[in-house]
Design a protein around this ligand. Structure first.
Ligand SMILES: [Zn+2]
Length: 285
């Protein structure tokens, strides 16, 4: 059994359309699949409609950008009502903030002598309602300023690099609230990105998120995707800790690849069968 509950379509910063991703999910013989675009439900709504033609179960998904005390804490949402007007309205604010950021990054890149235009970036953005840094990275590569997406992040776009611009986000508490009010459940993605070193700090943060209504943790994740260099041993230790935490707090254990189309494999993250069965029964699939 294989699942993938974390991937991005061309409606945020992924390369493939929802239809193409459904085809891939089918080819990979997934049991459960979800598209979780950044701050956008367009792709997942299309996939949800068309998934009736496939044998796997589809869950409506999203990844909401949030920040807590300057730190980035994204929140995954599943099985919410994507037509909930208040929920949709809240996404508009986040999408506008992403558009504003495009101009800010462009100005910085031009100031440091990188010749790239608004049109170069927009060509990469296409239909996406959530423009993001991967679009910039691809434009920089297309224009020959870097040889890879990874280099674009390392040289310019990553936090701490010259063209990094933080963006207006909401608090994780608010993100969890909005998902819950739209009858969905909130899950913490890639927990190791939230706290890299101190398990005590991670536990405190998890306690806080649980108190706000978080219902699951993406324990299984492709950390290589995001150019992180956690050792296999470190990931194993943290996985063990998180599985214990989920059991203690009655949280769902989920898994996802964060597939964007240019790296990794859809369905490429191993999730043990017992957790897949729990997800199936939780969502009545
Ligand atoms: Zn993601």
């Amino acid at each position: 059994m294989k699942i993938d509950l974390h991937c991005h379509s061309s409606y945020s910063d992924g390369i493939f359309s929802p239809q193409q991703l459904l085809e891939m999910a089918d080819k990979e013989r997934l049991t459960i699949f979800s598209i979780t675009d950044h701050d956008s439900v367009k792709g997942t709504a299309i996939a949800n409609r068309e998934a009736v033609n496939y044998s796997f179960s589809y869950i409506t998904g999203i990844e909401i950008s949030a920040r807590y005390k300057q730190e980035k804490i994204e929140i995954l949402g599943y099985n919410f009502n994507a037509d909930n007007p208040a929920f949709k309205q809240s996404l508009v604010k986040l999408q506008n903030a992403r558009r504003d950021r495009i101009y800010k990054i462009l100005v910085i890149l031009q100031e440091i002598g990188i010749n790239i235009s608004y049109d170069d970036v927009i060509k990469e953005v296409g239909d996406a309602s959530s423009p993001g840094r991967p679009h910039f990275a691809r434009a920089l590569k297309t224009k020959g300023h870097v040889s890879s997406v990874k280099e674009a992040f390392n040289e310019y776009l990553a936090e701490g690099r010259p063209a990094y611009v933080p963006r207006l986000t909401i608090e994780p508490k608010e993100a969890i609230n909005r998902i819950s009010k739209a009858n969905g459940i909130a899950v913490l993605p890639h927990p190791l990105f939230v706290e890299k070193h101190d398990m005590g700090r991670m536990e405190k943060l998890l306690d806080l998120l649980v108190s706000w209504g978080m219902k699951g943790i993406e324990v299984y994740y492709n950390y290589e995707y995001a150019f992180s260099n956690f050792s296999a041993k470190r990931i194993q230790e943290v996985t063990k800790f998180l599985l214990g935490y989920c059991k203690q707090n009655d949280l769902l254990v989920t898994g996802g690849s964060d597939f964007h189309g240019d790296k990794g494999v859809l369905g490429g993250v191993y999730v043990p069968k017992e957790y897949i069965l729990q997800i199936q029964s939780f969502f009545n699939l």
